[in-house]
Design a binder for this molecule. Structure first.
Ligand SMILES: [Zn+2]
Length: 313
């Protein structure tokens, strides 16, 4: 081998070495790039996964919100219904208090209760959407105690008719009359939370059994800001005779018609006066047919007094 050939071979070997070197470098660079791509891909995959789980979470939240909003809608519908029902009840109550100026008025009043007949009377009044006035005395026992509250709850006017209803006690002296008024006022307040402002004298303001001059009792009520109502018609359920329900209706209708356009009708809510409670549905029908408004006593009710409050200085 000549020196020339040796030089050529050595150059070739060197070129081959250089080529191997270049291939290695290229391979290394490629490997590096692939590695970078892998790392980047992995990172991206992780990010995609986390985004996916975020989307799932939001979807679930949306579903829950939807079901919550359905629940709320249901609750809202129920409240709306309740409101409408209350409004209807209110309208009914207001209608029962409407006083047509073209119609004569009858104020039905029930004295001496509550009693075992009160619930029947209240049921009838409710069924006819009518309010009345109850002049109560102090009746004891759990059943009666509940009846005071029912009278008030159902929109009727509750008034006082003395604590004991014993003429000898109530009218023994002015002092005992005053004490009796305070007692029945407190008793009704205790039973109902309502401080009564209307009064009916046992026996009326024109009674002749009182040992105290009635004007003194009237003066006391005037000074106490209490208004008393007597009556100008009755159904005759306290005359001592036992009338049937239909007789009581006839008596009431006759007396109401004689009393004019502003009638305070006296009846009794007492254990023995079952016929009065029995007569009530027919009496209401007859009064309505005869064109009367039936109303509870309020501050607007024109006074019906046997002895006028203004006759006392
Ligand atoms: Zn009485």
């Amino acid at each position: 081998m000549t020196r020339q050939e040796e030089r050529i071979r050595a150059r070739r070997r060197q070129r081959r070495r250089q080529a191997r070197m270049v291939r290695r470098v290229v391979f290394g660079v490629c490997l590096f790039i692939i590695l970078i791509l892998c790392i980047y891909g992995h990172h991206n995959h992780k990010r995609v996964l986390s985004l996916q789980s975020e989307i799932d979470r939001l979807e679930q939240q949306l579903k829950k919100s939807k079901s919550d909003s359905n629940d709320l809608k249901k609750q809202l519908d129920e409240l709306q219904k309740e409101l409408e029902q209350k409004q209807q009840e209110l309208d009914k109550k207001e209608a029962a208090l409407y006083d047509d100026p073209n119609k004569p008025n009858v104020y039905m009043t029930f004295d001496d209760g509550p009693s075992s007949n009160t619930d029947t009377i209240l049921d009838t009044l409710a069924a006819n959407n009518i309010r009345a006035t109850f002049f109560c005395i102090a009746q004891k026992g759990e059943a009666n105690e509940k009846r005071y509250q029912r009278i008030v709850n159902e929109g009727h006017t509750i008034g006082m008719h003395s604590y004991t209803h014993e003429y000898g006690t109530v009218y023994a002296s002015l002092e005992s009359f005053e004490q009796d008024v305070t007692q029945i006022s407190d008793y009704i307040f205790q039973m109902t939370g309502v401080r009564p402002k209307y009064y009916r004298f046992p026996g009326g303001s024109s009674n002749t059994v009182s040992k105290v001059p009635m004007k003194e009792c009237i003066r006391y009520l005037n000074q106490s800001g209490l208004t008393y109502f007597d009556w100008n018609a009755q159904n005759d359920d306290a005359t001592g005779k036992s009338y049937t329900a239909s007789q009581l209706v006839e008596h009431a209708m006759k007396n109401v018609k004689m009393a004019g356009d502003n009638v305070v009708l006296l009846m009794h809510d007492e254990q023995t006066k079952t016929a009065t409670a029995e007569a009530l549905p027919t009496l209401i029908k007859r009064l309505k047919n005869a064109g009367y408004d039936i109303l509870p006593i309020t501050d607007k009710t024109p006074l019906v007094q046997h002895v006028s409050k203004d006759s006392v200085s």
